[in-house]
Design a protein around this ligand. Structure first.
Ligand code: 0X9
Ligand code: ZN
Length: 420
């Protein structure tokens, strides 16, 4: 029995109806569906009627809102598709999780304030403000090693921060790491901050490359996951003539825009009115373009699945240039993690092994910037807790990415120097 199921039994019986920041998810359920061979779930997803939480293997986990529950049920019944509810009320589920973490949270709140935040927190996820405080503090205390600047502002006016970790022994090559483009994937921003910290205080192969990190690529969405809806994915763009908000920033880039995405504003994968309609993707695009000629590796950190995805995402039949090398270098990442920690990650093709999706950071970086090594990294876990990964996993997850990253960079630099 998976944790989703165990918790659902506990939670469905322990609902106390208390008001909380999870109120927006009151009555939302998680359903488990088996054997959808006709793609009904993906049609409902495009129409904004379900949110796919778990998307690998024959079993899919869906979030179903009270608004659409009876319609979705009718569709399943017509298609003869079996489902069962594994979480009866997400608001109660999340409240319960928070109650468990509360004592730890109080403790670590003291160590990251506006006046003192010298390290990323280990025992809890950080608020957007705490992450800003950390970046501002290291920018002030270590100007020779790091430079933090705002590359633009979000729809609601929050800064989009870029941390430039300066090479001490520059080879003119750089690495780009983007995190947090999907609001609910908290682990991605947490890992990005820990990588920044490692780069600041650890002398290593990384001294040879400039590393650019955008740890919070979707600040409005992230804040919204703390205040209103823990499972929010998109940005917070108000959409004209629609009751739904938000554009999926990982469908808004200008490469095969509109394929494997939805034009319905209520869909979790709504791609926006046109490519680069959003200030967040515009800012990322412009900053990446400045580094275009130096980039040897682009990583877009997401969760979950423990998978390194290589392009293309827009087509399951077209092969990306250098596919064999993409796979080989992906395996170096995976093997470094296995050797150092025993944790299992796998290398997969985005479209063929996951699903077709375009307008993404990775496809755009490869197609438009021409970066040779481009991956989406789906971090922990494999679906056990999914987007609600416990904070206790921040450090081990960061450590494994750090191992993978170092080995991959070593390899790419060696490959470049031997091919000169
Ligand atoms: O759907 C996505 O944007 C990514 N998965 S997630 O669950 N984190 O939302 C996968 C993107 C993979 N890349 C491409 N398809 N190009
Ligand atoms: Zn994602």
């Amino acid at each position: 029995m998976r944790v989703w199921q165990v918790l659902s039994i506990v939670l469905v019986t322990s609902m106390d109806g208390a008001t909380s920041i999870y109120e927006g998810l009151r009555g939302h359920q998680v359903w488990s569906v088996n054997g959808d061979t006709d793609g009904l779930v993906s049609q409902l997803r495009l129409r904004g009627m379900v949110d796919v939480l778990h998307h690998s293997g024959p079993t899919q986990k869906l979030r179903v809102s009270p608004e659409f529950a009876s319609d979705v049920l009718a569709n399943f019944q017509d298609a003869g598709l079996e489902y069962h509810a594994v979480i009866g009320d997400l608001a109660a589920f999340l409240q319960e999780e928070e109650n468990r973490d509360r004592s730890v949270r109080r403790e670590s709140e003291d160590s990251c304030t506006a006046h003192r935040c010298s390290a990323p927190l280990h025992a809890q996820y950080m608020t957007f403000e705490q992450m800003e405080w950390y970046l501002k503090q290291v920018n002030e205390t270590s100007p020779s090693k790091i430079s933090v600047s705002s590359i633009g502002r979000s729809v609601l006016g929050r800064d989009l921060w870029l941390a430039h970790l300066k090479a001490t022994n520059s080879t003119g090559r750089s690495v780009w790491i983007e995190a947090g483009i999907h609001a609910r994937e908290w682990i991605s921003s947490a890992v990005a901050l820990h990588i920044i910290h490692k780069l600041l205080y650890d002398d290593s192969v990384m001294a040879d490359v400039d590393v650019y990190v955008v740890p919070m690529a979707n600040p409005d969405g992230y804040v919204y996951t703390w205040t209103n809806d823990r499972l929010w994915r998109k940005n917070r763009r108000p959409v004209a003539n629609s009751s739904c908000d938000g554009v999926d920033l990982n469908r808004n880039w200008d490469d095969h825009f509109g394929v494997g995405a939805s034009s319905h504003a209520c869909s979790e994968i709504y791609d926006g009115l046109f490519a680069f309609s959003e200030p967040e993707t515009q800012a990322l695009r412009d900053a990446m373009q400045k580094e275009k000629d130096n980039l040897i590796l682009v990583l877009s950190l997401h969760s979950f699945g423990q998978t390194l995805l290589y392009p293309w995402g827009w087509s399951a039949t077209k092969e990306a240039p250098g596919t064999l090398q993409l796979i080989a270098v992906g395996k170096i990442f995976v093997e470094a993690i296995r050797a150092a920690t025993g944790r299992h990650y796998s290398v997969k093709n985005s479209a063929r092994d996951l699903y077709v999706a375009s307008g993404t950071t990775d496809d755009w970086a490869m197609a438009v910037l021409g970066t040779k090594y481009v991956y989406t990294v789906e971090l922990r876990d494999q679906g056990f807790t999914g987007f609600l990964l416990p904070a206790a996993e921040i450090v081990p997850c960061s450590v494994e990415v750090w191992h993978g990253l170092q080995e991959v960079i070593k390899h790419i630099i060696k490959e470049e120097t031997t091919s000169l």
